[in-house]
Design a binder for this molecule. Structure first.
Ligand code: GUN
Length: 284
């Protein structure tokens, strides 16, 4: 029997509708969730992502402002802007789109650390990542949280399951490992550059952040596994997942497609963090 297809589109629309209702209630109390997006330089794909994030914020009734700095922006300019936004009461969430241009790469950590943890809707600040480790209140990485929400939505029973995360980053692999662990899974985190096959073959749940198209095929998956593919690899102008959907769908119980799986959930989970931030900062 082919695997169930876990679509992110309907799920994202449900989250969006719930957030729209929540924003409506917040606005009645005088609070409009406000997001500031900082884009440095002229990378077309980054500009596109930033526009989609601002649009999604406005779609749920929030306020979004985009600060587009030139390719020649200095670190002092960026830090000055973050400082202003940290103090701006109408801004509840700040996001600096990564990567920064080449000459600013070395400052990415400094930039992420400068955002107030309470306004860090990407959840890249050490305070949010550290609190996740401790099990304390924090914002959750948007893609990691999207994976968990998708698993919860199909009523996965996490307790005692072996989850294998093929990943590495502070946005996906590391936070989702902690989130699965907190839910009672035994979790293996394996870097995509290692031989991950012995691990994926044993997994009840697989989360991928491989960064290579169709790197995981059906023969690397245990029959009945649930597979969440966060990959988006460009092949011949199309977005292709880390998992070879067709062969994986023959053995898995459920699997996310690419496109149309985790992708649609990512931006809406960012807006989810923004609404959380607005509630926390306003005390509502
Ligand atoms: N660039 C690619 N993905 C992301 C993201 O999730 N957040 C930020 N700030 N930049 C990105």
């Amino acid at each position: 029997m082919p695997a169930d297809r876990i679509s992110g589109k309907e799920m994202a629309a449900e989250v969006r509708d719930a957030l729209t209702r929540e924003v409506e209630e917040l606005k009645k109390k005088g609070v409009t969730p406000g997001m500031a997006l900082i884009l440095v330089g002229g990378a077309e794909d980054s500009a596109l992502y930033v526009r989609s994030k601002a649009k999604k914020c406005e779609e749920v009734g929030g306020y979004a402002e985009v600060h587009h700095l030139g390719d020649d922006a200095t670190i002092d300019e960026i830090m000055g802007l973050i400082d202003r936004l940290n103090k701006d009461e109408k801004i509840h969430g700040i996001l600096v789109q990564l990567p920064l241009p080449e000459h600013l790469h070395q400052y990415e950590k400094q930039v992420m650390d400068a955002i107030l943890p309470e306004k860090d809707i990407d959840a890249f600040h050490p305070m949010n990542l550290g609190n996740l480790m401790i099990g304390d209140d924090c914002y959750l990485g948007v893609t990691a949280n999207a994976c968990i929400k998708m698993l919860e939505n199909i009523n996965v029973d996490f307790k005692g399951k072996h989850a294998v995360v093929v990943g590495w980053s502070i946005e996906i692999g590391k936070p989702v490992t902690m989130m699965l662990f907190e839910r009672g899974c035994a979790v293996t985190l394996v870097h995509p550059d290692q031989d991950f096959v012995p691990y994926t073959k044993q997994a009840d749940i697989i989360i991928t952040e491989v960064g290579r198209p169709r790197a995981i095929t059906g023969d690397m998956i245990k029959p009945g596994a649930i597979v969440i593919d966060t990959g988006s690899n460009w092949v011949d102008g199309k977005s292709v997942g880390d998992v070879d959907y067709d062969s994986a769908a023959e053995v898995a119980a459920a699997i996310t497609p690419v496109p149309g799986g985790v992708g649609p959930m990512r931006i809406i989970m960012l807006i989810y963090n923004l609404v959380e931030a607005a509630k926390r900062l306003s005390g509502e």
